[in-house]
Design a protein around this ligand. Structure first.
Ligand SMILES: *Cc1c(COP(=O)(O)O)cnc(C)c1O
Length: 364
């Protein structure tokens, strides 16, 4: 039995009629850049997820860039970023000329380790990018307490955690600015690039909105050096079709994860930890094993797709070689990168496929 790591076609075929009708309406109405479809999506996203306002953007990297500008970070400033995440989490910091300070993760949850964060603070530290990695909410109380104590601007990278809640509050508005991605492979994915920014702080939100369109308040009057970060109309239209299904898809991801957690019995395997302060929305189901590559090969033989997310931690990437982090300098993140493998977890997987993954892992 074949189990692809991810198959986007099942979801898109199921929604085909609705999606094409929505896209046709946008096409016929020539609502290509922002426009009504995007506005409707912004309202729907806020209402569905529990935010006051949502800003539709052209990727999940753009809000991280906007957040860095809004925070006022610049050359000479240090910003804490987890060493184990997607590279975008650090991009905003680098784009404004500040320095990412890579910090280790907690061995159980893959999220920032508050003790390591506290130890990394210097007089230059101005902010922190908290990533809710793989859909698992980060330990916000501990991290926000550190941020408050040291007056840090807090960005929540929620690219993998749409619909995740921390003690009942949706992630994204616990810090100063929250960021989302609607890249096609994310839990809520568009038909191309897309992203969003949320904030409970109106001044931050209004600045982001100004920066999104060339720093332009009044037409052709530019108050700040801005960007072109507009969400395109087709993405808004498609996301409006998909958003009503998100809760069902999330529940299915969680049900698959529960099956994996109950069924996988393999010596030396480390399964994703569950936490008492929130439920993961399982963007990934990433396990660890000392013989990861052999396990992966075994699963390939059983026609199961897997992925390495992420094979190289950020502080060991070539683009950050200049920062001088030696091998072994951030050990938990390095060990995670060396032993992790992600199993298929998308809502359209059948129970038989999930059972096949479990049996195949267990037969390793
Ligand atoms: C996907 C992702 C992003 C960036 O999103 P894009 O839409 O690809 O620009 C940022 N952070 C994390 C953790 C991500 O997984």
């Amino acid at each position: 039995m074949k189990v692809p790591f991810l198959d986007l076609s099942i979801q898109h075929q199921a929604l085909r009629e609705q999606a094409l009708a929505a896209l046709a309406s946008t096409y016929d109405g020539t609502r290509f850049c922002l426009g009504k479809d995007v506005e409707t999506f912004e309202e729907n996203f806020s209402k569905t997820l529990g935010y006051t306002r949502t800003l539709g953007l052209n990727s999940g990297t753009s809000p991280l860039h906007l957040a860095a500008v809004i925070a006022g970070w610049g050359p000479g400033d240090e910003v804490i970023v987890p060493a184990f995440t997607f590279i975008s989490s650090a991009w905003g910091v680098s784009y404004v000329g500040a320095t990412p300070k890579f910090v280790d993760i907690d061995a159980k949850t893959f999220n920032l380790d508050p003790a390591a964060v506290e130890a990394a603070i210097t007089p230059k530290t101005k902010g922190i990018v908290i990533v809710h990695l793989f859909g698992q909410p980060a330990p916000m109380d501990a991290l926000l307490a550190i941020a408050k104590k040291h007056n840090l601007f807090v960005v929540e990278d929620c690219a993998q955690a749409v619909e995740a809640k921390y003690k009942g509050t949706p992630v994204g508005i616990l810090g100063d600015v929250g960021t989302f991605s609607f890249y096609p492979t994310k839990n809520l994915g568009g038909c191309g690039e897309g992203g969003a920014l949320v904030s409970k702080n109106d001044a931050h939100f209004d600045q982001a909105k100004l920066l999104r369109v060339h720093g332009m308040g009044r037409r052709y009057y530019h108050d700040q050096v801005g960007f072109n970060f507009r969400m395109d109309g087709f993405q808004g239209a498609l996301l409006n079709v998909k958003l009503p299904h998100l809760a069902t898809w999330t529940a299915r991801r969680q049900a698959i994860a529960a099956k994996y957690i109950a069924g996988i019995k393999l010596a030396d395997v480390i399964l994703p930890a569950t936490v008492d302060y929130g439920a993961s929305v399982y963007h990934q189901f990433t396990i660890r094993h000392p013989r990861r590559d052999a396990l992966r090969e075994h699963l390939t033989k059983h026609e199961i797709g897997t992925d390495l997310i992420y094979p190289v931690p950020l502080h060991r990437q070539t683009c950050y070689a200049g920062l001088g982090y030696a091998e072994g300098s951030i050990p938990v993140a390095e060990k995670a990168a060396a032993t992790c493998v992600s199993l298929p977890i998308f809502p359209e997987l059948t129970d038989a496929q999930v059972d096949h993954v479990i049996a195949s892992v267990n037969s390793f």
